[in-house]
Design a protein around this ligand. Structure first.
Ligand code: 5AD
Ligand code: SF4
Length: 429
């Protein structure tokens, strides 16, 4: 057996890809190690979404270099989006790197490593879905399943279509087989993953139909998905959300901006009013729906009025939580060459303003839940409160509570006794 050490950066798709890589490498004779000093292969599974993400990895590569100094036979490499994004440039920015594999080249990794030479493999495949490769999943109550890969939307700020290639879906039978397999292995919840997960399609089976078929599988009690695109929220998907009680009342619905001018320049494919109408339809389909979002501030051309429109939309929707970012120009994207009109200081102020707003909203929403009772799917002991348990409500709110005898995988009715913007505290009833 050879030992492989992996660090994962970026989104849940990457976490799922790491499980895929470990499953594949495991069958190729590799065992996972948590100690880079003991590894034969050191692999960073990387993210390219913002410049900061890439800088972190370059810094980390510098740190890991000393393992190679001690044992030159170690193979140090990069996988994932940044590998694809920087390609050959990595050989100048990090010349000690032995291999670079893009998101569609993982199948070949074991044989390439066995050959022992340095290599760069960043071919994108139109059809690669890894449907036949069983991931080495982390133990727990929640299984993450990539059901589609790539993105065809080409929002003007986003590097994903360039580094992950064209949109493609796993065959529905492969997805449903995986759901049955994780149910048989004791997982209680599945989270479907994809860059535009609700664009899923295999022939007649669209995302709505996939949700219905998944809901029919015994053992799985909760279904979630991330991230859907507003433009792919078809009538069929919304009907399935309403119909399937196992589909949780929680949706991450990236907004990016509340200004029509900015949305048009981002080429997001919806207007502010269309987004707001969609929110109403989703809330009608799933009473009590929790909503989260992604927002970018300081996109080229974003005026004070544009930013105010985003702030105002956030006040209107009242998101349960939000991921908020400063615009970061990415090479290859359409907006890369556009003049940056918002200074970094101004981006910072806009970001702070919406972070403060979101903190207020999250706290108010969660405090209003005090006194209510929710089914919490137990994940295990609470990290910072010895003797307490932790889990999630159907709305994906982290809940810390006291309960005698409950175990991971149980569903416990918990009455909320206090709350802040991030966590609910309660007791079993
Ligand atoms: N700059 C800042 N944020 C970005 N995102 C994607 N590309 C960029 C960029 N160039 C954000 C979007 C997306 C989330 C995953 O990352 O909000 O929804
Ligand atoms: Fe990027 Fe837009 Fe595709 Fe999301 S939908 S991955 S933001 S291009």
């Amino acid at each position: 057996m050879r030992a492989v050490y992996v660090e994962t950066y970026g989104c849940q798709m990457n976490v799922a890809d790491t499980e895929l890589l470990l499953g594949h490498l495991g069958r190729g004779g590799y065992a996972r190690t948590d100690d880079p000093a003991a590894a034969d292969v050191i692999l960073l599974n990387t993210c390219a979404i913002r410049e900061r993400a890439e800088e972190r990895v370059l810094g980390r590569l510098g740190e890991l270099q000393h393992h190679k100094a001690r044992r030159p036979e170690i193979q140090l490499g990069l996988a994932g989006c940044m590998a694809q994004h920087l390609r050959d440039k990595l050989t100048t920015r990090a010349p000690f790197v032995d291999f670079v594999v893009g998101p569609d080249s993982y199948r070949r990794l074991p044989e390439m490593l066995a050959q022992g030479d340095a290599f760069v493999d960043v071919r994108l495949g139109r059809d690669e879905t890894y449907a036949d490769i069983a991931p080495a999943r982390a133990a727990g109550v929640r299984a993450w399943l990539s059901i589609m890969r790539g993105c065809d939307k080409f929002c003007t700020f986003c590097v994903v279509p360039y580094v992950r290639g064209r949109e493609r879906s796993l065959p529905a039978n492969a997805v449903l087989d995986q759901v049955r397999a994780v149910a048989a292995n004791g997982y209680r919840e599945v989270v479907f993953l994809g860059q535009t997960v609700n664009a899923y399609r295999d022939g007649e089976v669209d995302f709505g139909e996939l949700l219905r078929r998944t809901a029919a599988i015994d053992g799985i009690v909760r279904i979630r998905f991330t991230s859907p695109h507003p433009a792919d929220m078809t009538e069929s998907v919304i009907a399935a959300l309403a119909e399937c009680k196992k589909v949780c009342p929680q949706i991450h619905l990236p907004l990016q901006s509340g200004s029509d001018t900015v949305l048009a320049r981002m080429e997001r494919g919806y207007t502010r009013d269309e987004y707001l109408r969609l929110v109403e339809r989703l809330r009608a389909a799933k009473p009590g729906l929790a909503l989260s979002t992604d927002i970018i501030v300081g996109f080229p051309g974003e005026s004070d009025a544009d930013f105010e429109a985003t702030h105002e939309l956030m006040r209107t929707v009242r998101y349960d939580s939000a991921f908020m970012f400063k615009y970061s120009p990415r090479e290859h994207t359409k907006s890369f060459g556009w003049p940056e009109t918002v200074s970094d200081a101004e981006k910072g102020q806009r970001l702070q303003a919406i972070i403060a707003l979101q903190e207020q909203t999250s706290t108010a929403i969660n405090r209003a839940l005090v006194g209510a009772t929710f089914d919490v799917l137990v994940e295990g002991p609470a990290r910072r409160s010895p003797g307490w348990l932790a889990g999630k409500t159907p709305h994906f709110k982290t809940t810390v509570f006291s309960a005698d005898g409950a175990q991971a995988g149980d569903t416990v009715a918990v009455r909320v006794t206090s709350a802040n913007g991030h966590t609910l505290v309660g007791e079993s009833v």
